[in-house]
Write a protein of this length. Structure first.
Length: 463
C-alpha cells in the first residue's frame, strides 16, 4: 500500500497539471496512468528526416493562456501555422479556393447564407454563461434541439448546410443529430465564438509548440519523477471516513483526495464505493465520445505551398474530410495532416488498411496534385479504438443532458475531484481547457485539505 496526500488518475494534460501543481505545493502525489505513455489525447512521435509528428491534439491559439503559461515554464517556443495562400472547399466534386473563413468563391447565395448563420451562432454563443450554461436564456429549448435540427431551420442553401453541418459536427466527432445545440454553443462560447472554433489564423489553429505537444508534457512527466506510474489502469475507488483507497492492477494507493482526470466515458469504467451521486453517475452514462481518425502524411517537402495553397481543405463526408499543413517549424519535410471525424471516420475504419490508404491518398491527389501520391511516410491514428481515450478529443452532450446533469461536471463527490477538458468552463475541448481543469482541481484539493469538515459533510451525502 502506497500512502500519499493525493492520487491523480490519468496522465494527460489535465492529470499532469494537477499532479505537478500539487507536488510543487508540497503534497506527496501518486499519478497513475493506464497507458505505457503520458500525454493522453495528445501523442507526439518522431517522424522521418528529424521531424516530429503530433498524432493527437496539436494546435494552440490566442487566449489559451494556460498552455502558453506551461510553455513559458518549460521554455517551449511556438511557431505560426502556415497560412500564406488559399484554402479549399470541395462541394459536390467541385473545388472552391478562397481566403478567410467563409468561401466567398462559392455561389453568392450560399456564401451569404453561411455568413448569416455565422452571425447568428456568434450572437447565441455570447448569451451562454460559461460556468452554468444550463442557466442560459432558452437553455431548455436549445438543449432539446440537435445541431442537425437547428441547422435545418437556419440554412436555406444546400451547399451551405452541408459544409456547416460537417464542420460543426466534426468538432464533436459525431453526427449532427447526436449533439445538443446548447452544448455546441457552450463549447463554442468557451473558446470565444464560431470564428475561433473553425478558424486558423488568430483562432484555434493559429500556432503550434516547437517540438509538438510532447515538448511540453515530457518535462512535466520528468519533474514528477517517481510520482508517475505507467501501465496502471485504475479499477476501483473506495471512500471512507478517514480517506480514500485507489486500487488497480498490482497497485493500491491510500490518499486523502483523488483527482480523476480521464475522459468521462472512461471514468464510468471505474467502480466507485460508495456509488457516486445519481446525477454524476448518469452523466458518465450520457456523455460519449465520437469517432476520429488522424493521419499524418510525410513528403520530402510541402509541395502544395508552391501552388499557392495553404494545405487546408474541407470536403464533407469524404475519406479525408479535413486536411491541414502540419509541417514543423523547419522548411523540410512537408507534413499533410488528414482528419476524418464522425460518420465519415466510421466508414473509413470499416475499410481494410490498404483500401483506407488508397482512399485517403486519392483525395490528396485530387486536391493538391500528383505529388500527393508519393509520401515518404504515412502514420494513421484511430482514436476510436484507443482503449483509454474512448474516441474523439471531446466527449459531447446529447440533447437533454446539459440541463439535467451538467451541474455535476465539476462538483466534487466527497474526496473525488474531476478534471478533463470537458469540465473546463473556458477552452472546453482544447488542450488549454484540460490544463485549466487540472489547475482548478489542484486548487480545490489544496483548499479542502485545509478544511476537512467540508469533506466529511460531502461524504455524508454519498452514504
Amino acid at each position: 500500500m502506497t500512502n500519499v496526500d493525493t492520487c491523480v488518475i490519468g496522465a494527460g494534460f489535465a492529470g499532469l497539471t494537477a499532479a505537478l501543481r500539487l507536488k510543487r505545493a508540497g503534497q506527496k502525489v501518486a499519478l497513475l496512468e493506464a497507458r505505457d505513455r503520458v500525454g493522453g489525447r495528445t501523442f507526439t512521435v518522431d517522424g522521418p528526416n528529424g521531424c516530429w509528428i503530433d498524432r493527437g491534439g496539436a494546435w494552440i491559439g490566442p487566449g489559451q493562456t494556460a498552455i502558453y503559461g506551461l510553455m513559458q515554464e518549460f521554455g517551449v517556443p511556438s511557431y505560426k501555422q502556415y497560412v500564406d495562400g488559399k484554402a479549399m472547399m470541395v462541394v459536390d466534386g467541385k473545388q472552391y479556393r478562397y481566403e478567410g473563413t467563409i468561401p466567398l468563391t462559392m455561389s453568392p447565395w450560399a456564401a451569404a447564407n453561411m455568413g448569416a448563420v455565422f452571425l447568428e451562432l456568434g450572437r447565441l454563443a455570447k448569451s451562454i454563461p460559461l460556468e452554468e450554461p444550463w442557466e442560459a436564456r432558452n437553455a431548455e429549448k436549445l438543449d432539446q434541439t440537435t445541431l442537425s435540427g437547428w441547422l435545418h431551420n437556419h440554412t436555406l442553401s444546400k451547399p451551405a448546410h452541408a459544409l456547416l453541418e460537417a464542420a460543426l459536427a466534426g468538432c464533436h466527432t459525431s453526427a449532427a443529430s447526436e449533439v445538443s445545440m446548447l452544448f455546441v454553443l457552450y463549447q463554442m462560447a468557451s473558446g470565444g465564438g464560431p470564428g475561433f472554433l473553425l478558424g486558423v489564423k488568430d483562432a484555434a489553429q493559429d500556432s503550434r509548440p516547437v517540438g509538438g505537444m510532447g515538448a511540453i508534457y515530457r518535462p512535466m512527466a520528468a519533474e514528477l519523477g517517481e510520482s508517475l506510474r505507467l501501465n496502471t489502469p485504475v479499477r476501483e475507488i473506495i471512500q471512507d471516513g478517514q480517506g480514500i483507497t485507489v486500487r488497480g492492477e498490482q497497485v493500491s494507493v491510500r490518499a486523502r483526495h483523488v483527482v480523476v482526470a480521464v475522459p468521462i466515458a472512461i471514468a464510468s469504467q471505474i467502480r466507485y464505493e460508495p456509488m457516486l451521486p445519481m446525477d454524476r453517475s448518469f452523466l458518465h452514462q450520457r456523455m460519449p465520445s465520437g469517432a476520429i481518425v488522424k493521419i499524418n502524411i510525410v513528403y520530402d517537402e510541402p509541395f502544395w505551398r508552391e501552388d499557392g495553397l495553404t494545405g487546408q481543405s474541407f470536403s464533407p463526408d469524404s475519406p479525408a474530410t479535413l486536411t491541414i499543413d502540419a509541417s514543423t517549424d523547419q522548411a523540410r519535410p512537408g507534413v499533410m495532416c488528414v482528419i476524418t471525424e464522425g460518420p465519415a471516420a466510421r466508414k473509413l475504419t470499416m475499410m481494410g488498411e490498404t483500401q483506407r490508404r488508397q482512399a485517403v491518398l486519392s483525395e490528396v491527389v485530387d486536391r493538391f496534385g500528383a505529388k500527393g501520391a508519393g509520401p515518404i511516410d504515412y502514420l494513421e491514428q484511430d482514436w476510436s479504438v484507443e482503449r483509454y481515450s474512448g474516441g474523439g478529443m471531446l466527449s459531447h452532450a446529447p440533447p437533454g443532458v446539459l440541463t439535467e446533469f451538467g451541474h455535476a461536471l465539476r462538483e466534487p463527490c466527497g474526496r473525488i475531484h474531476w478534471a478533463g477538458t470537458e469540465s473546463s468552463a473556458e477552452m472546453c475541448g482544447w488542450v488549454d481547457g484540460a490544463i485549466r481543469s487540472g489547475e482548478r482541481a489542484a486548487a480545490a484539493v489544496l483548499s479542502r485539505s485545509a478544511d476537512p469538515d467540508r469533506i466529511d459533510a460531502t461524504l455524508d451525502e454519498l452514504r
